[in-house]
Ligand binder design. Structure first.
Ligand code: GLN
Ligand code: ZN
Length: 761
């Protein structure tokens, strides 16, 4: 009876670690307090898995911040600027790397594959000195052992570690990070020997980069790294864990021939094609860790279907070598359904969070071993059936409308230049029009109003009048600043996805369904469980109200379908694109209602379009095609004179610029200020962009107020590459997280810079 969990959420069922970390960082509690919370969390997680009957329980998947940073600490690869003087790395050096300190900035953070988790990017170069500087893996193993639980210590594998790193500042781009393998492997060996000495009989190496497109040189690094480690592996079982996508055939070959390795783990949820590879050849005598329980979503497993898959794999790997596992670490799903008191029983019966998934894994392993828990399987089958047939899930009208979209294209009838002309006749904007991205500062008072309205402590009338007052304040400020295209400031919104999800059918919300995003930060994605429809207008009242307060154009403000999809837990009973088309149809109705209400400029944010890009290049085209199509569906029906804006929170456009153009928006505003060059180089290379474009002229993530000169300089740089008549001037992103004392002077400078340049044209 073999069951395994790849990794487990660290935050705790009620985000205990988050609060402990933040209180420690604020100086409100001691290191001992923090350590106590961490120790308690670890022990409760281990005990929970052990009581559930899991055989291979992971350790070292806990982290104060990030597992890649933990590996950097293990290797002593602390960038020089943190002035670390050696010895075991303590909390202060560790958190300085993660968050920066008064005198040095933090290390860079980037997305962990295609998840919403962010890791701290190692900075390495030829002069990086590696020493064994964090014994965390060993001490956590011992800690569990002292509780009577033998665990499988988990390490970020050496090759993935290097492939996820970047060359340190000053190190040439051509520097081969993989050339450092020889320097880090001795430390890995040391760690492995210590773990063995402490009693470990299994070690798990996470090598998720194996699912990416790798070249022969990179694949060879896996072979040589594990050949080198083999001598340390004697007497140990070594598991190489992969996840997040299908593994390419070449990589599968390399993986299954690695020396000294006795077990392989695969994501069989996102990697459905991997099953064929396994079936066509699996090395004899090796363990197969079959990741059949979804680690990235919140749906209860279809146990009967998984059992079928597993039984078919028994024939391939052998009964005693098949281990039931999760598709990836459970840290990418919510923690425990037990704490959901707001969800009704029917929806709850369709869900499984991390704690429930542990039980599912074990139930499958038991069933394989001939000890099927009939009642548990029956209850699961009943829940699956109820989900399939529930009238809350299926809305035939929506199904039909979405099906009718397939195979046909949706575009506005005229070209963007024709439309821009028509719009300009109506809007009569100056050259280099100024605007902002949507939200204005959310004050404590404002949050209180929303909270009290939700808790029914204030009446609808009181709420509406408070929000109206806020909008009128925001409108007045923008008029005083002399901004050309105004926004209402989004005071009624807590979050750009939640606000829409709450008003759409087919969405559910959890009370504690938090998932770690980075460090102590968590997000609580909505759950899309059914066909999506829009019973009532969602934003029209507020946009109309705001427009009535000014003679200048007021932007309607919507979140686009792809972003709503990518920031939610999405149903797994139909393809993602179908769900996206349904959301697109709902947003389309909203767009058309805004237009009918006299709103002439409508912004449809696609902040997260790039985030959904699949890991493998071969799948990019398909994704981009339906994602861009979904966006176009939302606005293909408006008149030429209605100006459609979109906004994106990244500037890394090189590989997707043609899809961006294909979105066919009239104006696009882009986060840019931290990387002018990256964005502008796309256009310098000759990409013709006819639509309006507003690359952010200052960074809203920082409290710093940019000067007029600095902004003017930025705009001039853009003018060197982009046509005067298409350039817009705006900040990077929404202003929600800033203070008015920062926003007012920054926008004042933005407008003066623009006016100055207008006189020079
Ligand atoms: N309109 C949103 C805002 O200004 C956009 C936020 C975003 O791009 N993340 O807040
Ligand atoms: Zn943004």
């Amino acid at each position: 009876m073999a069951s395994h969990i790849v990794g487990y959420p660290r935050m705790g069922p009620k985000r205990e670690l988050k609060f402990a970390l933040e209180s420690f960082w604020d100086g409100k509690s001691s290191a001992e307090d923090l350590e106590k919370v961490a120790t308690d969390l670890r022990s409760s997680i281990w005990k929970q898995m052990s009581e559930a009957g899991i055989k291979y329980i992971p350790s070292n998947t806990f982290s104060y911040y990030d597992q890649v940073l933990d590996t950097t600490a293990m290797l002593g690869a602390v960038p020089e600027r943190y002035s670390w003087t050696g010895g075991e790395i303590g909390l202060s050096t560790y958190f300085s790397m993660a968050r920066g300190n008064a005198s040095v900035p933090a290390m860079e953070m980037t997305k962990w594959f295609d998840t919403n988790y962010h890791f701290i990017v190692p900075e390495l170069g030829p002069s990086t000195k590696f020493t064994y500087a964090s014994h965390k893996a060993v001490s956590e193993y011992k800690e569990a052992k002292a509780l009577g639980i033998d665990t499988v210590p988990v390490l970020v594998g050496p090759v993935s570690y290097l492939l996820l790193s970047k060359p340190a500042k000053g190190v040439e781009k051509s520097f081969s990070l993989l050339s450092l393998l020889g320097s880090i492997l001795p430390i890995y060996k040391e760690v492995v020997s210590e773990l063995k000495a402490a009693g470990a009989s299994w070690i798990q190496f996470d090598e998720p980069t194996l699912v990416k497109d790798l070249d022969a040189h990179e694949l060879a690094a896996f072979s040589s790294a594990y050949a080198e480690l083999e001598s340390a592996f004697s007497g140990l079982n070594v598991l190489i864990e992969t996840y997040f996508a299908d593994i390419p055939a070449e990589s599968y070959k390399t993986l299954t021939s690695l020396s000294g390795v006795t077990a392989y783990g695969f994501d069989l949820i996102r990697g459905a094609k991997t099953l064929d590879l396994i079936r066509s050849s699996f090395p004899s005598g090796k363990y197969l860790f079959a990741g059949v329980v979804d680690g990235r979503n919140i749906w209860a497993d279809d146990l009967a279907a998984s059992l079928n898959t597993l039984q078919s794999l028994e024939a391939v790997a052998g009964k005693d070598k098949l281990v039931v596992s999760t598709s990836c670490s459970l840290m990418h799903t919510a923690v425990d359904l037990v704490n959901e008191t707001k969800l009704d029983d029917e929806i709850k019966s369709w869900l499984a969070f991390a704690a429930q998934k542990v039980v599912e894994v074990n139930a499958l392993a038991k069933a394989l071993a001939g000890q099927k828990d009939q009642a548990y399987f029956a209850a699961n089958a009943a829940a699956q059936a109820s989900r399939r047939s529930s009238p809350r899930v299926t809305n035939e009208e929506v199904q039909k409308a979405a099906a009718a979209l397939k195979g046909s294209d949706h575009r506005r009838a005229t070209t963007v230049s024709t439309r821009l002309d028509a719009q300009q006749k109506k809007l009569n904007l100056p050259v280099l029009p100024t605007t902002t991205i949507g939200s204005f500062p959310q004050t404590v008072e404002l949050r209180r109003v929303r909270r009290e309205y939700k808790a029914k402590k204030i009446s609808e009338e009181e709420y509406i009048s408070a929000i109206k007052e806020e909008i009128s304040k925001v409108v007045k400020i923008q008029e005083e600043l002399d901004i050309d295209v105004l926004v209402h400031g989004e005071p009624e919104r807590n979050d750009m996805v939640e606000y829409f999800g709450e008003q759409l059918c087919g969405f559910a919300f959890t009370a504690n369904g938090w998932v770690q995003s980075y460090g102590s930060r968590c997000v609580k994605p909505p759950i899309i469980y059914g066909d999506v429809s829009r019973p009532n207008p969602m934003t029209v009242f507020w946009s109309k109200t705001a427009q009535s307060m000014t003679a200048r154009p007021m932007k309607g403000m919507l979140t686009g379908p792809v972003t709503i999809l990518n920031w939610s837990f999405v149903r797994n009973d139909q393809p993602r694109f179908e769900t996206c088309y349904q959301i697109a149809l709902a947003i389309k109705k909203e767009v058309e209602d805004l237009e009918a209400a006299g709103i002439q400029v409508i912004q449809i944010d696609e902040a997260a379009l790039r985030e959904g890009l699949p890991l493998r290049k071969s799948e990019h085209a398909f994704y981009l095609d339906w994602a861009v199509h979904s966006f176009r569906i939302t606005n293909c029906g408006v008149q030429d004179t209605t100006q459609i804006h979109t906004h994106m929170c990244y500037s890394n456009f090189n590989d997707i610029i043609h899809s961006i153009i294909d979105m066919d928006a009239d104006v696009i505003t882009i986060e840019n200020s931290r990387s002018d060059e990256k964005l502008l180089s796309v256009f310098r290379e000759g990409v013709k962009y006819g639509a309006g474009i507003g690359p952010g002229v200052y960074d809203i993530h920082s409290p710093r107020i940019p000067s007029t000169e600095e902004i003017a300089d930025r705009v001039n740089k853009m003018l060197a590459v982009l046509d005067t008549n298409i350039l817009w001037v705006n900040p990077d992103c929404g202003l929600k997280t800033r203070k008015y004392t920062e926003v007012k002077p920054a926008l004042t400078n933005m407008v003066s810079a623009t006016k100055l340049i207008r006189t020079q044209l």
